[in-house]
Design a protein around this ligand. Sequence first.
Ligand code: HH2
Length: 283
Amino acid sequence: MSFARPDFAGAHPIRPSRRPDRDVTLIMGIVNVTPDSFSDGGLHLDPRSAVAYGRELLAEGAGLLDVGGESTRPGAEPVGVEEELRRVMPVVEGLAGARVSIDTTKLAVAQAAVAAGASLVNDVSAFRGEPALAGFVADAGLDCCLMHMAGEPRTMQADPRYEDVVSEVKAFLEARMAFAVAEGVPEARIWLDPGLGFGKTVGHNLELLRRLDELVALGRPVLVGASRKRFLGVVTGRQDPADRAVATAAANVLAYERGARIFRVHDVAPTRDALAVAAATFA
Ligand code: HH2
C-alpha cells in the first residue's frame, strides 16, 4: 500500500486519496498514567507497563501517543505538579523516539515532558489553566490542541446548559485560537477539539458530532475524543467503558465523514480498521 503525503506534520496516513483535504488521518493512542481515569485508571501505573502499552498502540496504528497524569473525568480531584511529574516523566522518557503529546494544563509538566521528547501539548483548558503555557508552546515551536470545556472537571457535569452548543463551542475555540496566536503560536500549529463529555449532556455531545462540520469550517485540524465516553454508554446501554470500542469506532467514522482528522482513542486497532473503511469511501 502506498501512502499519500501528510498535509500536517507527522500525520499517520491510512490510505491514499485524490482529495487533499481528506487524505490524512491521525490516531492518537491514550496512555493514562493515573489511578482514577474513567475507563483505564490504575491499569498502567507502573512506567514499564505504560511504555510497553504505548508501544503496542503504536504497533496497532497510533501515529501519536497522548500521555496524561491527571484524570479529567467528571468529579476528578486536581493533582499537584510534583505528583503529575512523578507519574508522566518516566513514561515520556521511556517512549523516546515515538511521537508523544503531553495531556496537561500545567506549564511545568509541559516543559519537562517537552525536554524529554514530547512535541505536542494537549491542554484541555485551552491555555486558561496557565496562560503562560501558550508562550512556551510558541517559543518551543510545538503543536497544540485546544479543547472546549465548560467549567472544570470537578463540577462540569452539574447542569450544563447552552443556547446552541455548537455555536458556543465554535466561538470559544475561535477565541482561544486568537489568544494562542496573540501569544505567538502560529495558526498552523493549532488543533481544535469540541471536548466531548466536558460539561455536556448526552444531547450536547450528539449535536456536536452531528454538526462537526461547523467546527471543521474554522480551518484547523479537528480532534475528536469520543473514546469510551459515557454518552456512548447511554446510547448503547453498555455500562462498562471497556465494552464501548464499537460505539467509539462508529462515532469516529461519523466524525471522520464530517471532517475530523485526529482521533483520540483507547482502542486503536478497531478504530484504525473503521477509519480505513471510512477513508476508502473518499477515494
Ligand atoms: N478526553 C479526556 C482527556 N483528555 N483531551 C482532548 N484533547 N480531548 C478529549 O476529548 C479528552 C482529552 C478524557 O478521557 P480519558 O483520558 O480516557 O479519561 P481521564 O480524563 O479520566 O483520564
